[in-house]
Structure formats: C-alpha cells, structure tokens
Design a protein around this ligand. Structure first.
Ligand SMILES: C=C(O[C@H]1C=CC=C(C(=O)O)[C@@H]1O)C(=O)O
Ligand SMILES: [Mg+2]
Length: 488
C-alpha cells in the first residue's frame, strides 16, 4: 500500500513539515514491520525501498560529507541539462560479473530483474530517478580488465543499487532509502533503519578538501603512440578498416591522496554542459566531465548523440567563430563524424519506430574544445530497456571505430593499455528500464595519490600524428584543470 500523502518537497522546519516528517517515520515503521513479517513467513528476502521528499540537500556537499561513512561506495551524477543530480551512498546491492556464460549485458539485465522481483517500493511520488536505481558502468572491452592492475576495482561491469540515493530535480529533493531485508539479517531492525536514515539527513556540509601538491607526471611513449597512428592510417589506406579511435594515458602523481569530491566540485564549476560523473570502488574513483550522451530513455523517447570531430576554442569570439567554421568545413573532421552518424542511423533503425537525425552536424562548444555534434531522437519499440540500447550502441565509432570488430582488435594491438571504464557507458537506470548513460570520456581514474587520465582521437585516412597528439592535449584539459590547473 502507498502510504505517501504529499507530492511536493517540504521543509521540516515548518509546523506542517514536522508533521510530514513524522508521517514518514510512521510510514516506514508500518511498511518495514509488514515486510519483516512477510520475510519471516515466506522465508524470502525483500528489497525494501522508501522514497520521500526531503528539505533541500545539495548532492555534491552530501557526497563530500558522507565520505567518512561511505567512502569507496559513493557515486555522483549531474546531467548536462542541469535538471538532475544524483548522489548515491552505501550499497544495498552490488552487481558484478558472475560465472554465467551469457554476455555481460544479459547478466546485468538478469541480476537487475531478480532484485526487482523482490522489491517493495512506496513509489507514489513517481519522480524520475527515485526508488531503486542502478548506477555504474561497463568496461570498454569485455574480458580486458584483469583482477590486478589499474582497473582491478572495476572489472567488466560494476553497478550499485545504493543504500541511500539523493535525487535533486526541478521538482525538489528526494531521498530513497533501500535495504535488502533477509530472514537472518542482523541490522535489519526498524530502529537501525531509522537511525541510519536520520544520520544521513543530519549530515552537515563538509569543507572542500585541498588537492595535495603535485609531484610528477608519467607519460607512455608518445613516439610509439604516433607510430600507432601511422600504422592505423596505413590500415585504412589498404582498406582493412575505415576508422579507429586511439587513446593514450597520462599519469599524474601527487604527494597525498586526491579527494574525489574536490575534483567533482571543480568539474561542475569548470565544465558546464557536460555530464559530471564519479563512481567509487574501494580505493579507486573513476570520474570525469563528458560531453557525450550514449543513450537516454524516458518512456518511449530515446535521445542519443553523434559527437566526433574536434578543434580548440579561440581566445576571443572572432577567433572562436573562425575555428568553429574551420572545423565544420574540414573534410577530415567531417569524415570522422560521418562514420558515427551512419553507424548510429543503422543501429537505431533496428530499435526505433521513429528516428530523427539531422542531415548536417552543428557545433557543440565546451569550455576547452568544440565538436561536431548531431543530436539523435527516436521513439523506441515497446517494452525495450535502456540496456538493450547500451549494448547496441557501445562502442560507437566515436570511441571504437568502423567496422567495429576490426577496430576493437586494432585498439588492443596498438594501444597496449587497459582502457578500463574510460570511453565506456557510465550512468543509471531505473525499475522501468529508463535511464541515462554518458560515454566516460574527459575522464580519469583516481587511486590514492595517482590520477590516470585518458584521451583519444578518431583516426581516419587524413589523420596526421602530430595534430592528433595536439588534440589529445586539448582533451586532457578538463581533468588537468580540475586537478588544479596543471599543464603537461
Ligand atoms: C575519444 C575521445 O573523444 C571522442 C569524442 C569526441 C571527439 C572525438 C574526436 O574528434 O576524435 C573522439 O571521437 C576522447 O575525448 O577521449
Ligand atoms: Mg578527432
């Protein structure tokens, strides 16, 4: 039964607010008592989830101040439209690769389905991205991330169903508390549930932690990377492939631990119009400011993007406009872009009943870079899940290449590094198969005092190694600036 009696966010400080807060506690007690009874009777676990409107709490501040209790189990998300911010803390359930022989996308679908089949949710608020959601992502290439090494904390995929989820949207702020109630659970009492919720709601904003002093930079062999571009251009000329995206890694070392909350804070300030994301796992945090949407699903409505072709921003309006024009008219960049559009059109036609892809790109201007951008809109077939679109689209030729299979082989051969979650789908999905995934670019992995940054470029027939190297330097800028304005 739905025990929710209000629809709008409220302040607990008003008389009405206090009454409503008490009503929430009564609701939780009642629902949890019923759930516990059912679990005992049926001997089957229930995923208990409670959504409520709460007084304004800033997700980024809560991310920072919840570090003491939930470090290593937090995530952060801000969409480029600026109308949805999420902060997840703690783990109600974690999805990681199992021994199943089915592919990883099917594994996630099955594991999520199993969790939802035992869910009890007071979903009467009906707000986007509330209730049980999954947040996380996939690695770029299945089977690439080993149990040791840079990406050891992430694997082929990693998703959290958070213990606490703070959702900030145009309609207010919402808190979802979720817990798996099992028969032999030690900390499933009503008192404990309410205590944890109370502790979270009374978190006060933490000080922004300082980034420790920079020590040194470690770069993979740049000459080898340029040679890989030459070899790729040769492969393209001989007709082996049409396009391949080659990335490189730069590692920055600091004198102490890098605070992920501070980097996220800087990214939100410095990179408007981007997805700001962070996902912690143990001692690591993968984070960034990506301008690229892989897929968003809202009911039947589908949104995606073709983003490929780049040039720097100009120092003044006139130069900036000239650079934009140069990019828009440049044959090499247009061809980089066109491979993405044509793959997108073909893939989306399979899954959509209506599709709207403009004939020509427009410019997307970000703080440090401008791109050729073609927005994609569609209407999906009934009963589809966002996961099916993620599987279908990843990786587009903006991150992989064309044809996809050969490009992936060439990436493994030429890059000689683990991409991990870089250039991969990162985002969230809800109970109904709706959600939003970005492509994890302009990003890095923070682990202790080390930040490993990644940037790549679309290689086509007209690619020149030195210019592609310069392009990666522009793409490193968002993360370098967020780390304190470093230059490499
Ligand atoms: C692979 C990256 O960017 C892709 C997205 C936009 C433009 C790109 C380009 O012009 O090469 C890349 O395809 C990256 O930022 O690491
Ligand atoms: Mg490019």
């Amino acid at each position: 039964m739905c025990g929710c009696i209000f629809k709008k966010a409220y302040g607990y400080t008003t008389g009405g607010g206090i009454l409503m807060a008490l009503q929430q506690i009564t609701d939780i007690k009642h629902r949890l008592a019923e759930t516990t009874k059912t679990v005992r009777q049926t001997k089957r676990a229930v995923l208990f989830s409670h959504v409520e409107a709460v007084p304004t709490m800033k997700p980024l501040q809560i991310y920072q101040s919840s570090g003491k209790s939930y470090k290593g189990e937090r995530f952060y998300w801000e969409n480029p439209e600026g109308n949805l911010t999420l902060c997840g803390m703690g783990v109600a359930a974690k999805l990681q690769p199992g021994a199943d022989s089915v592919g990883r996308f099917s594994q996630v679908k099955d594991q999520w389905g199993a969790l939802l089949s035992m869910a009890s949710v007071n979903h009467c608020l009906g707000e986007m991205a509330t209730g049980p959601i999954l947040f996380g992502g996939f690695s770029f290439m299945e089977g690439e991330t080993g149990p040791i090494g840079l990406w050891e904390d992430f694997g082929d995929y990693l998703f959290y169903l958070p213990r606490f989820l703070l959702t900030e949207s145009a309609n207010g702020t919402f808190l979802t508390s979720t817990k798996l109630i099992t028969e032999d659970c030690d900390d499933c009492s009503i008192e404990r549930f309410l205590e944890d919720r109370e502790q979270l709601m009374s978190l006060s904003p933490a000080m922004v932690e300082e980034i420790p002093s920079f020590s040194h930079v470690e770069e993979r062999d740049v000459e080898k990377w340029k040679e890989a571009i030459e070899r790729s251009v040769e492969d393209i000329r001989t007709g082996l492939l049409d396009k391949v995206v080659l990335a490189r890694e730069v590692s920055l070392h600091f004198e102490g631990k890098i605070p992920s909350g501070t980097i996220l804070h800087n990214l939100t300030e410095q990179q408007p119009g981007s997805f700001i994301f962070g996902v912690e796992s143990g001692e690591s945090c993968f984070l960034g400011a990506s301008p690229e949407r892989l897929i968003k699903k809202e009911g039947k409505q589908i949104f995606s993007a073709c983003l490929a072709g780049s040039i720097k921003r100009g120092d003044d309006a006139r130069t900036d406009e000239q650079l934009g024009l140069e990019l828009w008219n440049d044959e090499k960049n247009r061809s980089e872009h066109e491979f993405v559009v044509s793959m997108m059109r073909k893939a989306m036609e399979e899954q959509c009943i209506e599709l709207d892809i403009p004939q020509e790109p427009i410019l997307m201007k970000l703080a440090n870079i401008q791109h050729l951008y073609t927005p994609v809109k569609g209407t999906s077939l009934p009963n589809s899940s966002i996961l099916e679109f993620v599987e279908l689209l990843h990786p587009t030729p903006a991150l992989g290449g064309a044809p996809r299979k050969i490009a992936m082989e060439k990436i493994s051969e030429y890059e000689q590094m683990e991409r991990g979650f870089y250039s991969s789908p990162v985002g969230w999905m809800d109970m109904k198969g709706n959600g939003d995934f970005a492509v994890g670019i302009r990003s890095g992995l923070i682990k202790g005092g080390q930040a490993s940054l990644f940037a790549g470029c679309g290689i086509v027939e007209g690619s020149v190694p030195e210019s592609e190297l310069t392009e990666t330097k522009v793409k490193f800028k968002p993360m370098l600036n967020a780390l304190g304005g470093l230059r490499i």
